[in-house]
Design a binder for this molecule. Structure first.
Ligand code: ADP
Length: 505
């Protein structure tokens, strides 16, 4: 291949990009994956909105205004240019204050903004207009979640017989529970004719469903773990779209998320009381002691600490944990919880914390430093998720030698190796049924292993800490996905410079 041949060009379109804007795993993925791709020689670039509170003055303003056709006329948007920290990945911020200068990304906790369809129509349309304006005609457009779901539709429709029509589209589901559903009468806001409101595109059980349209239009589909990719093709996890996903089974792949191995590194983490590694494990004991003191619990190294970190929502299954708290608190064990979300759950855990200060501490809020200290200082991390597309916390925990106790669903099933008592194999405790009994049994199993088979715990810790959760692993698979999407779109293989596989320096 000639040295000067063109690299693969990939345009990411996302409503969240860490560290600029993030409410969950979506932001982490789009903040990290393009960097790993760039290291392999792919020309990855990112488009996102410029939200309120961003440091716009630190970004370069591009000359001129971008014209974005909207149902009501033309939006004239500013474009600012930055890059993903520590990389040369360009990030284009679409600046249109009428839509994005607001206190929340999607709306207050009570519900989304009424004009979300219009706001994210602007993002999706604007991203393609921008590509044209800067003459970056991508080989692949990679759209993420419902906020960018219109992108694959536009590539097939509005861009018909134009240069962007040649781009393959990849649509990634980060969480199928959020689909972008609105009234069917709003079709015109998306800039498309009423003829697209049909069951093969946008119409789904009498409503307009953006995710459904993306699932029908994208060249290839992906989600964030192999198990979740299988699960969403069935009624239990399909959120009403399992039939559509089954119809595209051959085009759907599950690719595990990586984690930010710099930010979550026990050997260098500035948030924790002492750094540690497999070669120098002693610091973990100090992290545990410091956590026990911070939680106001007896600082006894022989009592195992079970950590819980996460959004207190139905998805995470903490209601099931609530139902087994009486049982597990009757044992010689300590529990620390950090989370916020559902009022009822906050009330329950807050009250329990006041009632059982000898064994249980709850912090109700969002605190990144504390999340690190719990991850480092606990012996076990409990994640009884109802469903979990990928999940990051269990991977962070393993990097810190904190053994996860997880339900076998989605990415939890794919990242945690089940402990086997005979061989001492595994990296965590896995249970199947989402019941208080099964969860309590799993916690009890971890507790008895801690006391009766400490050599297994030590071996599991080492194994967990040495597992490679970096993005390099998944970036290879994304490359394959892009090349396959390209081939299907164009009918021939990509002829430019191929990405450099394997670990780049
Ligand atoms: P999800 O994206 O569904 O919330 P993940 O496990 O993929 O779940 O990611 C959750 C991330 O958010 C982790 O980095 C976790 O540490 C962090 N997190 C969740 N709740 C809190 C909280 N209350 N305080 C600090 N960090 C939190």
């Amino acid at each position: 291949m000639a040295k000067d041949s063109k690299p693969l060009k990939v345009l990411f379109v996302s409503s969240e990009v860490s560290p600029f804007a993030k409410t969950g795993g979506l932001g982490d993925v789009v903040g990290a994956l393009p960097k790993a791709l760039r290291r392999r020689g792919i020309d990855a670039r990112v488009v996102m909105p410029l939200y309120a509170g961003m440091k716009w003055h630190e970004l370069d303003g591009l000359d001129g205004a971008l014209s974005v056709p909207m149902w009501w006329g033309t939006a004239r948007a500013g474009v600012r240019l930055g890059s993903l920290p520590g990389s040369e990945v360009p990030v284009y911020f679409l600046e249109y204050n009428k839509y994005f200068d607001r206190p929340y990304l999607y709306g207050p906790p009570e519900g989304g903004y009424a004009d979300n369809l219009e706001r994210f129509t602007f993002l999706s349309r604007g991203a393609l207009e921008l590509a044209r304006a800067i003459r970056f005609i991508p080989d692949v457009v990679h759209a993420h979640d419902w906020q960018a779901a219109l992108v694959p539709v536009y590539v097939n429709t509005l861009e018909w017989a134009k240069p962007l029509h040649g781009a393959a589209t990849v649509y990634t589901i980060h969480n199928l529970a959020y689909q972008g559903v609105t009234d069917g009468g709003a079709m015109f806001i998306a800039g498309l004719g009423r003829e697209h409101y049909n069951p093969g595109e946008f119409e789904h059980f009498g409503a307009l469903n953006l995710t459904k349209a993306a699932l029908q239009h994208a060249t290839m589909l992906s989600t964030v773990s192999p198990t979740y990719a299988r699960e969403i093709q069935g009624p239990e996890f399909g959120c009403g779209l399992d039939g559509v996903l089954r119809g595209r089974s051959a085009d759907l792949v599950g690719i595990l998320n990586g984690v930010d191995v710099e930010d979550w590194n026990p050997a260098t983490d500035p948030h924790v009381a002492a750094n540690f590694s497999t070669a120098h494990p002693a610091g973990k004991q100090l992290c545990k002691r410091t956590l026990q003191l911070e939680a106001g619990l007896p600082a006894d190294p022989s009592i195992p600490v079970f950590g819980v970190v996460g959004r207190l929502t139905h998805q995470k299954g903490f209601d099931v944990l609530a139902h087994c708290m009486d049982r597990v608190l009757s044992w010689n064990a300590q529990f620390v919880l950090l989370g916020n979300g559902d009022r009822e759950a906050e009330h329950f855990f807050g009250t329990l914390s006041a009632r059982r200060p000898d064994k249980f501490k709850a912090w109700l809020g969002f605190d990144n430093g504390l999340a690190h200290r719990i991850t480092a200082g606990s012996d076990f991390l409990v994640m009884p998720s109802r469903f979990e597309p990928c999940g990051l916390s269990q991977m962070y925990a393993m990097r810190y030698g904190t053994l996860p106790i997880v339900r076998a669903t989605g990415g939890l099933a794919d990242t945690v190796q089940r402990y086997e008592e005979e061989a001492g194999a595994g990296t965590g405790f896995v249970f199947d049924d989402l019941t208080a009994d099964a969860l309590g049994n799993a916690i009890g199993w971890a507790l008895s292993t801690y006391h009766d088979r400490p050599h297994h715990i030590r071996a599991m810790r080492e194994r967990a800490m040495e597992t490679d959760f970096s993005w390099d692993v998944s970036a290879d698979t994304y490359e394959d996905l892009y090349l396959e999407a390209y081939r299907r779109r164009r009918g021939h293989a990509f002829a430019g410079r191929l990405p450099v596989h394997g670990r780049a320096g």
